[in-house]
Structure formats: structure tokens, C-alpha cells
Ligand binder design. Structure first.
Ligand code: SAM
Length: 267
């Protein structure tokens, strides 16, 4: 756990609340290219379009039919549903669901017999995701306000935990691993996209809230990631670099890369 974890969390919440509010202002726009033009400040918002769905994480066919606000609020570093092998009828939890993009993609895959829950600690993101769900008319998705370090769901109630660029934001990653394990059913799996550092991030950088909230300095190295999941009880853990993603930072410290992480709860 880092020293100023409460402050970091408040800062992260404020940052993503601001993104949700900026996206809400985009409703006057009709397509993603118009939203992209906001990056140079030519429209009413300064939405940062350097990441998420703007950086080609998703195939065009996946994005078809999704509300523009779900696409524009996307702030992930991978595409966890593309490789999670979701099956009809599965119960999915998305940690840090933001505007809901991965929940909506997962909902298509698990069908009406399945269910997807999005969890997010930022009230404005939850409101945006609920608005997106209503405009899509989906009935197998819900969004709950809460923290992934204390997931407000019963033990063994979920088959697959997904997440997209969120675990690196937590100041208490042990709690996230423990809680994910608790709510998974036996045989359940974790299938997440996240950031990983290639070496240990120095303490001074760790305590920079701006870089932490940008999913950079909260990232940990491979050993830390593996031992945390192992200590929580997960088995068959694999961590692989996400190909084709451009989110590699060089802070004159270890580079930080996008990874996909898979782990299982034993039967
Ligand atoms: C980088 S964005 C990713 C959003 C979404 N997964 C996506 O791909 O668009 C991080 C999201 O995680 C949420 N978040 C950060 N820390 C959290 C925590 N401890 N518990 C729940 N949500 C959290 C933020 O509010 C924000 O919506």
C-alpha cells in the first residue's frame, strides 16, 4: 500500500469524474471523428483522445451500435472481452467499468441468460454508464457504485472478472486480488487488461497523483503482479504483453506497458 492512498483515490475519482462530465457535453456530436477533433480544443471540451477506443483497441464491428458516449468515455489499455472467451449464460463483473464499453461488449457475448455488472467508484461514470445502458436498451447489464477493494457482491457470485486499465490505479492491489478471488465461483476466471512496469517504479514517481491517475506510476512489475495473484489463491496465472497497443511510457524510469492477465480460481 502506498503512503497517501486516500489522496490518490480522491484524485483518481476527480479525474475520471471530469472525463465523464466532458463526455456528457459531447452529446451534440454525432460520430467518433468529431469527438476526436476535440483533442485539439476546437470544440467545447478538452477531452483527451490519446487513449481508450480512440487508439484502435476495438474492431470497428465491435463498436457498431454502441452509444457515442460509451465509446468516447472509453479509457482502457486493452480489449478484455475479445479474449476472455465469454460464454452464453456467464455472470461477468467489470472492475472500474467507466462509461460501460466493455460491459456492453460482454453483454452481447453472455446473452440474455447471462449477466454483466459494472462496478465503478466514480458517481459521474456510473450515471454515464446507466444513461448509455438505457439508450442501448440492454437488460442484462447493471452498474453499481463501489470500490474494487471492497466489492459489494456475495462470495462466489461471478464466473468471470474482467477489467480494463483499472487495477493499476488501486493503492491497495492486495485487496483487489483478494476480493476478486472471493466473489469468483470455483473454476471462475480473471481476464483483465492492465498496465505493468518493466522494473520497479521509484517512490517519488509513485507519489505523483497526475501520473498515477494516468495509469502509469501505479503500475507494478511482473513479480509483484504474479505474487499478489498467487497469494490471493489464483492458479495458472499468465501475463502477456498486449500487442498492437501504443501505451508505452518512458519516464526515465521503467517503461510501462499494456498487458493481458489471466488467472483461475481452483475448483
Ligand atoms: C482508466 S478508466 C477505465 C474505464 C473503463 N474500464 C474503460 O476501459 O473505459 C478507470 C476507471 O476505473 C475507476 N476506478 C478507479 N479506481 C477504482 C476503484 N478503486 N474501484 C472502482 N473503480 C475504480 C475510475 O472511476 C474510472 O472510471
Amino acid at each position: 500500500m502506498i503512503n497517501n492512498s486516500a489522496n490518490i483515490k480522491d484524485f483518481v475519482r476527480e479525474k475520471y469524474g471530469e472525463r465523464a462530465r466532458q463526455v456528457t457535453q459531447l452529446t451534440v456530436l454525432t460520430n467518433i471523428s468529431e469527438a476526436e477533433s476535440c483533442a485539439d480544443g476546437t470544440c467545447e471540451t478538452n477531452l483527451d483522445t490519446s487513449f481508450g477506443a480512440f487508439s484502435n483497441l476495438y474492431a470497428q464491428a465491435e463498436l457498431e451500435g454502441l452509444p457515442l458516449e460509451a465509446i468516447a468515455s472509453s479509457a482502457g489499455c486493452g480489449n478484455p472481452t475479445a479474449l476472455a472467451g465469454l460464454k452464453n449464460g456467464e455472470r461477468v463483473l467489470d472492475l472500474g467499468s467507466g462509461g460501460g464499453i466493455d460491459c456492453f461488449l460482454a453483454a452481447r457475448q453472455v446473452g440474455q441468460n447471462g449477466h454483466v455488472t459494472g462496478l465503478d467508484m466514480t458517481a459521474d461514470m456510473i450515471m454515464l454508464a446507466q444513461k448509455n445502458a438505457a439508450s442501448l436498451g440492454v437488460t442484462n447489464v447493471d452498474f453499481i457504485h463501489g470500490e474494487m477493494e471492497q466489492i459489494p457482491l456475495p462470495d462466489a457470485s461471478i464466473d468471470v472478472v474482467i477489467s480494463n486499465c483499472v487495477v493499476c490505479l488501486s493503492p491497495d492491489k492486495d485487496a483487489v486480488a483478494r476480493e476478486s478471488f472471493r466473489i469468483l465461483s470455483p473454476g471462475g476466471r480473471l481476464h483483465i487488461s492492465d498496465m505493468m512496469s518493466l522494473g520497479e517504479v521509484p517512490e517519488t514517481l509513485r507519489n505523483d497523483p497526475e501520473q498515477w491517475a494516468a495509469c502509469v506510476t501505479g503500475a507494478e512489475d511482473r513479480d509483484a503482479y504474479l505474487s499478489r495473484l498467487g497469494n490471493a489463491g489464483f492458479t495458472n496465472i499468465s501475463i502477456e504483453e498486449e500487442e498492437g497497443t501504443a501505451r508505452i511510457y518512458d519516464l526515465s524510469a521503467p517503461a510501462v506497458i499494456s498487458v493481458k492477465v489471466v488467472a483461475f480460481k481452483p475448483n
